[in-house]
Write a protein that binds this ligand. Structure first.
Ligand SMILES: CC(C)(COP(=O)(O)OP(=O)(O)OC[C@H]1O[C@@H](n2cnc3c(N)ncnc32)[C@H](O)[C@@H]1OP(=O)(O)O)[C@@H](O)C(=O)NCCC(=O)NCCS
Length: 180
């Protein structure tokens, strides 16, 4: 399944095997995994398996995270977008989640927010979802801030493994009311 969405500074598209080297650079970086359970991938095969897994999600559920490309450089900067939580995932199974994971050199430029706003639009207009959640380690202030900037509201705290997390949510009505 192909996806291609443009924002002012980014291209959001389906994962491709040719992303492997950059994807491995992203997902093997311990800094990136600070609030994700500190479990970076150890070899390229693991990274390739993730690419295949997401490609399978596209076919099964019509959605999955997107490779995120910086227009000005053409570089893969990480991933962003929506995921259908089909696996047993805390108590949010069967919901749609907005998320992101970027290489540190691209942090602090507003990219996660820009990509996530596009993902919400896709979710509410193309997929016709009624609500979208986002979750983050409560210590992951940057991630929580991204969700807040996109209009998600705090719902509750919960535990993922031993990690304290927040769940935030936006409904289609709330999203529509924040469109100009
Ligand atoms: C979370 C992440 C995607 C954010 O990406 P980003 O492109 O830097 O995010 P943005 O620039 O769109 O927005 C970040 C916001 O958080 C704020 N922020 C960053 N660090 C912060 C901190 N330590 N405390 C409070 N706010 C912080 C920024 O100031 C900005 O808010 P502002 O625009 O109001 O100033 C990036 O840090 C990342 O990839 N981290 C590793 C993977 C990860 O943790 N993913 C999320 C899993 S839930």
């Amino acid at each position: 399944m192909k996806f291609y969405i443009e924002t002012p500074r980014l291209i959001l598209r389906d994962f491709q095997e040719s992303d492997l080297d950059s994807f491995y650079e992203l997902d093997s970086d311990p800094l990136v995994h600070t609030y994700l359970g500190n479990n970076p991938v150890l070899d390229k095969n693991q990274a390739l398996e993730t690419i295949y897994k997401v490609q399978k999600q596209y076919e099964e559920f019509g959605i999955g995270r997107w490779s995120t490309i910086e227009k000005s450089s053409g570089n893969f900067i990480g991933w962003s977008g929506l995921k259908f939580l089909n696996e047993d995932w805390a108590k949010y199974t069967n919901q749609y989640d907005v998320g992101y994971r970027l290489m540190p050199k691209y942090w602090g430029k507003g990219y996660a927010t820009e990509a996530s706003l596009a993902a919400l639009e896709f979710g509410f207009t193309t997929l016709k979802l009624k609500e979208i959640i986002g979750t983050a380690n409560i210590e992951n202030k940057a991630s929580i801030r991204v969700l807040e900037k996109c209009g998600l509201k705090h719902i509750e705290a919960f535990k993922w493994k031993d990690i304290d997390c927040y769940c935030l949510k936006i409904t289609k009505e709330d999203w529509e009311s924040q469109q100009i």
